[in-house]
Design a protein. Structure first.
Length: 120
């Protein structure tokens, strides 16, 4: 299945109506600004989350991350967001799917391919 994730009209060479891409989401996003350190294997990059879901995260950072890059990061999810009495540390493995510049910083979207709750 090809999920189209923008609201940009697409021109077709076949006469007929203009197609509009629909944004497809698999999970609820939470608008959370959480500090995080992203590990790329050979370097670490400080970032701040803009939003988080079970399947992905949007990071705000000072440098570009290349799409396709495998990353590791830990999120300390607030208890009230998860419905727990305490914050929960989550270890995540994922990959960068896109990175763009916005004002004076970069926005990098990444999938969360695997995650594990840390023992506390």
């Amino acid at each position: 299945m090809n999920a189209m994730k923008t609201g940009v009209p697409v021109q077709s060479t076949v006469p007929g109506p203009v197609l509009v891409r629909q944004e497809v989401r698999c999970a609820v996003r939470f608008p959370l600004a959480l500090p995080v350190v992203i590990s790329t294997g050979d370097r670490e990059v400080a970032a701040l989350t803009r939003n988080v879901s079970a399947s992905g995260v949007l990071f705000k950072l000072d440098r570009q991350l290349e799409p396709g890059l495998d990353i590791r990061f830990r999120l300390r999810m607030p208890g009230p967001v998860l419905g727990t009495a305490h914050d929960v540390l989550v270890h995540c493995l994922g990959r960068v799917v896109r990175c763009s510049i916005s004002d004076s910083h970069y926005l990098a979207a990444a999938t969360i391919d695997e995650y594990q709750f840390a023992e506390q």
